[in-house]
Design a protein around this ligand. Structure first.
Ligand code: KIV
Ligand code: ZN
Length: 515
């Protein structure tokens, strides 16, 4: 049986989704889960982009042991040097160098001739190979590149030392028939192709990313790149869970397997969705909430008689567990710790105690505590430390009535440690809260997006709010969880402001380093 390697770029291409901005601990938590999922290669970031990116790639490379960790680099020495600094301690240092090859990119972006592109690609791969045992080269916009030229570049970079050549469909343009033919063409026309693996990297602009990735496998791709939940630039990347489950369910056709542990898919999807704020649509293939729901009478009748009439994927296959009650008001710390481990969290004592306290507080107010509630509490605690709490919410009071002007009064601690109380009005309760919080800041905040989601079902469910803001010229996202939607709204806003301040501090550091 052929084995297809899975290369995950959730933390690099996925993080390029508009408004997604993960802190270092969130990235680490996702990387650890990708390792548990059995991902072969984790692209942890773009080390040359900023000091913060470099440090998070480094932290992931030094933590993850069972997956290979890689970082992206343009075909420049300084990018390759930054990637080496981030990855040199990792178990299997691997770099991902890219350069565009298509006529559009050559003419308008790079202003380089074909010969110059080949020369630069070869030079970069040779330089990378002096440091890294494993070099992957990507021909950006490969699927709109002349096949003969793509074959020439592929042959040249393999000769220079690349052992993986990635063929991205950067703009999601190709069709399944064409990509299969392109891979077959490369396999038949690159003389040294047996010294490298060909890889597919499909974007979903025309909704064909999964079909294209599977067609590339038919054409001989030995590696598929994508993201969890298909997040990424524009319409996103291929959803890796779809590729892996398709290979499993239609093994009779594709005759290929992956190392992915399919029963870790649901947890991975939930974690990525929670930490990025990119909510998975209910009808999304494989992981959507409705993927296993049978609504019509005819389907329900069929499934009751024989599941396989309408069900080709079982919930258990991807690790969906029934939403059973888990812990209650009287549960102790020991039971809580066991449950945290069962849910895949490994918190240090201090964080575990804080999470336990949050659970106790919730159990006082909420009748049924579900796995989803605990997952939300634990993920928040596990990932919150990286955002130094510059501003902290102490208390909030909102007055609302259909005949009154909504008014919020908020007490908060400022970055210098002083506690202040402010009040303001708005046309709605959330606006009143945001107007009040803005008074605490020295510059205005532009709210670009606001989303609310309930963590589990029921009237007393936890609320999760996601915001996207622009403050001090920096655009970022924030999230807040609370049982009350207004408190969750305030927490999400302050979380985003705190992230801006962290990013601002990192940018200052980068500037200082350049002086
Ligand atoms: O889509 C793309 O071309 C990429 C490359 C950098 C691999 O993400
Ligand atoms: Zn991409």
């Amino acid at each position: 049986m052929r084995k297809v390697e899975i290369f995950d770029t959730t933390l690099r291409d996925g993080e390029q989704s508009p408004g997604v901005n993960l802190n270092t601990l969130e990235k680490l938590e996702i990387a650890k889960q990708l390792e548990r999922l059995g991902i072969d290669v984790i692209e942890a970031g773009f080390p040359a982009a900023s000091r913060g990116d470099l440090e998070s790639v480094q932290l992931i490379a030094n933590t993850v042991k069972n997956s290979s960790v890689t970082g992206l680099a343009r075909a420049h020495q300084k990018d390759i040097d930054a990637a080496w600094e981030a990855l040199k301690q990792s178990a299997e240092p691997r770099i991902h160098v890219f350069l565009a090859t298509s006529p559009i990119h050559r003419e308008f972006k790079l202003k380089m001739s074909k010969d110059e592109v080949v020369e630069r690609a070869v030079e970069a791969v040779k330089y990378a190979k002096e440091k890294f045992p494993k070099v992957q080269f990507s021909a950006e916009d490969a699927c709109r590149t002349e096949p003969e030229f793509l074959a020439r570049v592929t042959e040249a970079v393999i000769k220079a030392g690349a052992s993986v050549v990635n063929i991205p469909d950067t703009v999601g343009y190709i069709t399944p028939k064409e990509i299969k033919e392109l891979f077959l063409y490369l396999r038949n026309n690159v003389p040294n192709i047996d010294q490298a693996i060909l890889s597919a990297h499909c974007h979903d602009d025309l909704g064909m990313a999964t079909a294209n990735s599977l067609a590339a496998i038919e054409g001989g791709a030995g590696q598929v790149e994508g993201t969890i939940n298909g997040i990424g630039e524009r319409a996103g990347n291929v959803a890796l869970e779809e590729v892996a489950v398709a290979l499993y369910i239609r093994n009779d056709f594709y005759k290929a397997t992956t190392n992915m542990k399919l029963d870790e898919i649901k947890r991975t999807s939930n974690l990525v969705s929670k930490l990025t704020g990119m909510i998975v649509p209910a009808n999304k293939a494989v992981i959507g909430d409705n993927a296993f729901a049978h609504e019509s009478g005819i389907h329900q009748d069929g499934v009751l008689k024989e599941k396989t009439t309408y069900e080709i994927i079982t919930p258990e296959l991807i690790g969906v567990k029934s939403n059973k009650l888990v812990l209650g008001k009287l549960s102790g710390r020991h039971a809580f710790k066991n449950k945290a481990i069962e849910l895949g969290f490994d918190l240090v004592d201090e964080k575990l105690n804080e999470a336990f306290q949050a659970f106790k507080d919730l159990a006082d107010k909420k009748k049924e505590i579900t796995d989803e509630d605990l997952f939300s509490i634990l993920a928040d605690k596990q990932t919150e430390a990286a955002d130094v709490s510059h501003y902290e919410l102490n208390s909030i009071q909102v007055q609302y009535g259909t005949e009154n002007i909504p008014t919020a009064t908020i007490s908060a601690t400022l970055p210098n440690g002083t506690e202040v109380t402010e009040a303001a009005t708005g046309s709605g309760s959330v606006e009143a809260i945001y107007n009040t919080l803005e008074r605490l800041l020295d510059e205005p905040v532009k709210l670009h997006d606001y989303k609310i989601n309930s963590v589990s079902a029921g009237r007393d469910a936890l609320a999760e709010v996601y915001v996207r803001i622009k403050h001090k010229g920096i655009e970022t996202s924030g999230r807040g969880t609370a049982q009350d939607v207004l408190e969750a709204s305030a927490r999400a806003y302050l979380n985003a402001v705190n992230r801006v301040l962290t990013l601002e501090a990192q940018q200052l550091e980068v500037q200082k380093a350049h002086i």
